[in-house]
Design a protein around this ligand. Structure first.
Ligand code: ADP
Ligand code: ZN
Length: 344
């Protein structure tokens, strides 16, 4: 099943329920270079045997400008010209590196993605943001450019470790919270085991998330306004991810709970929603509490690139399926974190 979406920065062909075997059809005889990580290359040796393949170590540390420089050197060595099609096959690390590399190599070559993690399928591969880190500074170098295609082959998920399933569900639960009360209800009825045994329902869920994200990106590709809603749970998540070495999904889970607690004061969100969200997160193997050092967290939030003066645009919930952008003073966030720390 295919459909195309035209964003300001390019048109993307989404191929759902597809097989990675169909990649050659999308290449139209252009030379393909696959970019993947070493772990995936080991699990799927057919990639290396079928395509020219470049690998990076399977680690967030690979998402760095130095990797891009090295890969550009490798491309030059294999005489990859401007008609090369770069295809990122992997999780968010691989799709970010590939999108960035393709956007700058020879001033830009075509690229496509085959996301292999649930998180990349519902989030990282979509939306055209391709960022890499410089040392400790996350996503500081980046481009907004859309892949030519994104192929969805859920068979890759058969080898995905349980923790990575939870990470993906953190983002799926995020979409439900901010946009889709019916999806929230559906999620409460199931768990990871259900979706692992029912790929048809899983594909439906993935497609719904893709549509929800595309709708916001279409309206606001450069994150001037609505796209900010996708940062629900993410302001605190980025801080605790770095401070406590949590996976992205776990950090987002904690960030969403904290955002609900702030919402209870700010938007009069019913406390029952916070409790429902907590139990849903736990149902999908995600944490809901963390002993955090408020002072350390605040020192990171103060450096947040989305800060304006002493306010941070925080995404709050008004109800399940309804979110709002709310500029919050740092002092109020600090106060909320202290009460989160005491009461949860
Ligand atoms: P994301 O940012 O999408 O969570 P990453 O790129 O950080 O994902 O990948 C997380 C880990 O999952 C990496 O070790 C990667 O090699 C591994 N991985 C990715 N896809 C698969 C898969 N289909 N099966 C097994 N492991 C995978
Ligand atoms: Zn995220």
């Amino acid at each position: 099943m295919q459909h195309t979406v035209t964003f300001p920065s390019g048109t993307v062909n989404y191929a759902f329920q597809c097989s990675a075997e169909e990649l050659a059809q999308h290449a139209n005889n252009r030379p393909i270079v696959v970019v993947t990580d070493e772990h995936i290359a080991g699990l799927y040796p057919q990639l290396r045997s079928r395509f020219k393949t470049l690998t990076v170590p399977a680690s967030e540390n690979s998402k760095d400008i130095r990797t891009v420089e090295k890969l550009a050197g490798d491309l030059l060595q294999m005489e990859a010209g401007r008609n090369t099609l770069l295809v990122g096959i992997g999780g968010g690390v691989v799709t970010d590196i590939t999108g960035f590399l393709a956007s700058v190599y020879m001033r830009g070559v075509s690229f496509g993605f085959i996301p292999t993690t649930l998180l990349a399928m519902v989030d990282a591969a979509i939306g055209g943001k391709n960022g890499v880190n410089t040392g400790l500074h996350k996503n500081i170098l980046g481009t907004i450019s859309q892949p030519e295609f994104i192929l969805y082959d859920t068979n890759f998920l058969k080898t995905l470790p349980g923790e990575e399933w939870s990470n993906g569900f953190a983002e799926i639960i995020k979409y439900a919270c901010i946009f889709d009360a019916a999806m929230f209800e559906e999620l409460t009825k199931h768990n990871i085991g259900y979706y692992q045994g029912n790929y048809a329902s899983l594909s439906d869920l993935v497609e719904k998330c893709v549509h929800l994200k595309n709708k916001v990106v279409l309206a606001d590709e450069r994150e001037k306004h609505q796209r900010k809603l996708l940062n629900f749970g993410h302001t605190l998540a980025h801080a605790v991810e770095k401070l406590y070495g949590l996976t992205h999904g776990k950090a987002v889970a904690i960030g969403m709970v904290a955002a609900c607690i702030i919402s209870q004061n700010r938007t009069s969100l019913d406390e029952a929603v916070t409790l429902k969200l907590k139990s849903l997160l736990q149902q999908y193997g995600l944490p809901v509490r963390l002993d955090l050092n408020v002072e350390n967290v605040m020192s990171i939030l103060k450096m947040d690139k989305k800060r304006t003066n002493d306010n941070i645009d925080y995404i709050l919930l008004e109800a399940v399926g309804k979110a709002a952008i709310c500029p919050l003073p740092l002092a109020e966030i600090e106060h909320a974190l202290i009460s989160y720390e005491r009461n949860h």
